[in-house]
Design a protein around this ligand. Structure first.
Ligand SMILES: [Zn+2]
Ligand SMILES: [Zn+2]
Length: 469
């Protein structure tokens, strides 16, 4: 048993030497992506592996294509294989695994995992994790391919430049970890990519019609380039070009061009609003071959549980976006001063001012200054002048001429006051009551919504005119 005196004195915490550790593994060292790009360190920011795969190999393919004749059979096969590998991404990676829009039987899963690997866009597991972060954190710093960082960044920059993996938003992929097809493909990814991306198209063209080199260059390398660029367009073009019929608070947009490029993924505004819907295009005439394929697989018994949002919910979103647009439009128009903001004028004051030469006309308790309008009055100068200084409610509402909705709208822009007490105000109050279902509905800016035929100066039942009596 060692005596206490023989034990070396414990070093005090303050004097403890810094443990020597590999500088590359120092957790305190900032990630290269968080450092500024300078002339001295720019090459450290570049993800050279991705540059080689996404840019270098296609350039080699284009040069090689110059020296390789393109056979018709190889061209047709390259196009078909482009479509199949594209579907691997859109129907497989995207709608089946990232969003679980439907369920697939094992043979279909294996097919989609195989052709998806042939598109050379990473494993299902990696792809879906980033894509779920893209939906959850759209347009924020946690979005792996946020279009807010620029169109080029969202298209290709996020792969060409190194990203700090800690920055990307976390998402739950436990369901994918439970899927044996996903796990197997992730573990054997490199083998899958080499075989499905290069070897398989080469074998088909070589064994099929003897065009080994053409199969490698056209159905392999250049076909991969086209599929990759098409998918990248969903991250760039679909967040940049087109309409926003369902929500305009974020960047996703609907456009037929993007849909053509991406096997139907171009209705991206709809997709971000209803991500678990197996459709991206909801109209029959819109181009969504991915949706058609899933539907055909359902008829074949290979796909089931196709998820679809209720039309009622979809239309609600569309309507709310329309309302927002209407509100924005309404706010650009002159609706006259709000009634509650107008000064209250006594009947005597109104008449005195009118006698003193101010062209004031009272309709339904609201006083209007028509000075600048007299010469433009479609019914002529005399008629409008006859209403000056009077209660013109009845004359305006059918006693002499039942004015149009447009006339009521125009009149409201000439408001200068509200009459105090008496019959006129009672008429105004009645008008308010008659329109009570709509008079207090306001738009998003708090402005009252005035519907056609609902201007306060319009009296539903034409009032008996004193002149007419
Ligand atoms: Zn998106
Ligand atoms: Zn998505």
């Amino acid at each position: 048993m060692a005596s206490q005196t023989s034990a070396p004195p414990a070093p005090s915490m303050a004097k403890a030497p810094e443990p020597t550790r590999n500088k590359k593994l120092d957790p305190k060292k900032p990630h290269i992506a968080d450092e500024r790009i300078t002339k001295a360190n720019w090459y450290k920011h570049v993800n050279w592996l991705n540059v080689t795969l996404i840019i270098g190999v296609p350039i080699y393919g284009m040069i090689a294509a110059y020296y390789t004749p393109l056979h018709l059979k190889t061209a047709i096969f390259a196009f078909i294989y482009y479509f199949m590998t594209g579907l691997g991404i859109t129907a497989g990676y995207h709608r089946l695994w990232a969003h679980t829009c439907y369920s697939a039987r094992l043979p279909l899963k294996i097919f989609l995992a195989a052709v998806g690997a042939g598109a050379v866009q990473g494993s299902i597991r990696w792809w879906s994790r980033d894509h779920r972060a893209h939906h959850r954190y759209t347009d924020t710093d946690k979005d792996p391919y946020s279009v807010r960082k620029g169109l080029i960044y969202s298209h290709i920059g996020w792969m060409v430049m190194k990203q700090n993996p800690k920055r990307i938003g976390r998402t739950d992929i436990s369901d994918l970890n439970d899927d044996p097809v996903v796990v197997w493909q992730h573990r054997n990814y490199i083998k899958c990519v080499i075989f499905m991306g290069m070897v398989f198209p080469c074998l088909v063209s070589g064994l099929g019609w003897g065009d080994w080199k053409g199969g490698f260059i056209y159905a392999g390398i250049l076909r991969i380039f086209v599929v990759q660029q098409a998918t990248f367009c969903v991250n760039s073009l679909a967040h940049w070009l087109g309409d926003q019929p369902f929500d305009d608070r974020n960047s996703p947009r609907d456009h037929v061009i993007t849909a053509f490029v991406t096997l139907g993924e171009g209705y991206h505004n709809f997709h971000h609003e209803f991500p678990s819907d197996y459709r991206n295009a909801i109209e029959w005439h819109q181009y969504d071959p991915t949706k058609w394929s899933i539907w055909i697989w359902k008829q074949m018994g290979l796909a089931f549980d196709l998820k679809q949002f209720k039309q009622n919910e979809i239309e609600k979103g569309r309507l709310q976006q329309l309302q927002k647009k209407l509100d924005q439009k309404r706010q650009t128009l002159d609706w006259g001063i709000a009634l509650e903001q107008l000064p209250i004028i006594d009947w005597d004051t109104y008449q005195t001012e009118a006698k003193n030469g101010r062209a004031l006309v009272a309709v339904a308790g609201v006083v209007h200054d028509v000075t600048d309008f007299i010469k433009d009055h479609p019914g002529g100068k005399a008629l409008i002048t006859s209403g000056i200084g009077k209660d013109a409610t009845a004359i305006f509402n059918g006693g002499v001429y039942n004015h149009s909705n447009a006339a009521h709208n125009l009149l409201s822009t000439m408001r200068v006051g509200v009459l105090r007490g008496g019959c006129e105000v009672e008429i105004w109050k009645r008008a308010q009551r008659e329109n009570k279902d709509i008079s207090f509905v306001s738009d998003s800016a708090g402005q009252k919504i005035i519907r056609a035929g609902s201007q306060v100066t319009r009296i539903a039942e034409p009032v008996a005119s004193a002149d007419a009596a």
